[in-house]
Every structure is written in C-alpha cells, then in structure tokens.
Ligand binder design. Structure first.
Ligand code: GDP
Length: 162
C-alpha cells in the first residue's frame, strides 16, 4: 500500500483488520505494518498480505518489495497526494511491466465538500495506466470490503495472463 502522508493508508489497513474477514497484524522491524486477510472469491479462499509502508519521502521505496500488486492511495481533498499517486503509477508501470496489478484508490469520499480532485480525473488517470480505480472512505468503511475482493480479483487475473 503506497501513497503520500495522511491519505489514509493506516486507516484503510485498520479497516481491513476489522473487515468481515478474520485478520492478523504484526509490525516488522522496519515499522512496516503487515496485515494478513483471508479473502473469499468465487468459492476459493486466498490469503492477502498487505504491507503498509511508513511514508519516508523516498519515491522509490516500492522497489524493495517483491509483491503481486500495488494499492496506491490518495485523498480526494489533497491534490498533492493525487500527483504523488500518479507519479507512483507511472514509475511502477514502467518498471514492473504491464502485468503487475495496480489499483488507484481515491480515499476520503465522505469529505465531498472539500473535494479537490474530481472523480473523472482519477478514473481517467487510472485508465491511462491500465489500472483499476475505486473511491472509498476508510473512516466510514465504505467500499473497503469491495477493495479487498477487487484486489484479489485483479491479482488472479494478472496471474492468469502471465
Ligand atoms: P496515512 O499517513 O496515509 O497512514 O494516513 P492515516 O490513516 O494516518 O490518516 C490520516 C488522517 O486522515 C487521520 O486523521 C485519519 O483519521 C484521516 N482519514 C483517513 N481516512 C479517512 C477517510 O476516509 N475520511 C476522513 N474524513 N478522514 C480520513
């Protein structure tokens, strides 16, 4: 899970842990929070392991992790976080190739009145990088379970394509 500071990565991870699925959490030596969530899709269970990296300002931190996919989070109330998310999409797509699962998450959908980044803008950017787009509210737990299932779906699809 990647994104600028304050966009809601920790809040999302917390919601994964309290989702309808049983989940476990531990903190590794580098302060990255790892959260293990069993997710059921089409009758088949998978264990998704999320790594919530503390924000260090290093735009290349994702390179250290060999993962199946990336959830890139921005806040709809923070245009700078959107630009960061786009930079990440661009860099990861270039370096990891077309099969890596990328999901662009516009968080804080409950703060509609403070919105600075339009839905169409986010959607358009996601299409440009061949990635899925979703708007969620970590605080209200809105669409967070859909994000879990959608992530698993995309990972399975990209594994089939490889
Ligand atoms: P992180 O730095 O990306 O891990 O962001 P945090 O999860 O720590 O969230 C930063 C701040 O945004 C906290 O005050 C959260 O309560 C708040 N926040 C996170 N998600 C949401 C959301 O969906 N809606 C609203 N209104 N606030 C949120």
């Amino acid at each position: 899970m990647l994104g600028g500071p304050g966009v809601g990565k920790t809040a999302l991870t917390q919601q994964f842990l309290t989702s309808e699925y049983m989940a476990a959490q531990n903190t590794s030596f580098d302060d990255a929070v790892e959260c293990t969530v069993p997710v059921l899709l089409d009758g088949e269970e998978a264990i998704l392991e999320f790594i919530d990296l503390p924000y260090t300002g290093d735009p290349e931190v994702w390179r250290e992790y060999d993962v199946e996919g990336y959830i890139i989070v921005y806040s709809i109330t923070d245009r700078r976080s959107y630009q960061k998310a786009i930079d990440l999409l661009n860099a990861i797509r270039r370096h990891r190739g077309p099969h890596t699962t990328l999901i662009l998450v516009a968080n804080k959908s409950d703060l509609e009145r403070s919105r600075m980044v339009g839905k169409q803008e986010g959607k358009g950017a996601a299409e440009g990088y061949d990635c899925k787009y979703t708007e969620v509210s970590a605080i209200l737990n809105h669409k967070v379970d859909d994000l879990l299932v959608g992530t698993l779906k995309q990972i399975r699809l990209s594994m089939d394509r490889e």
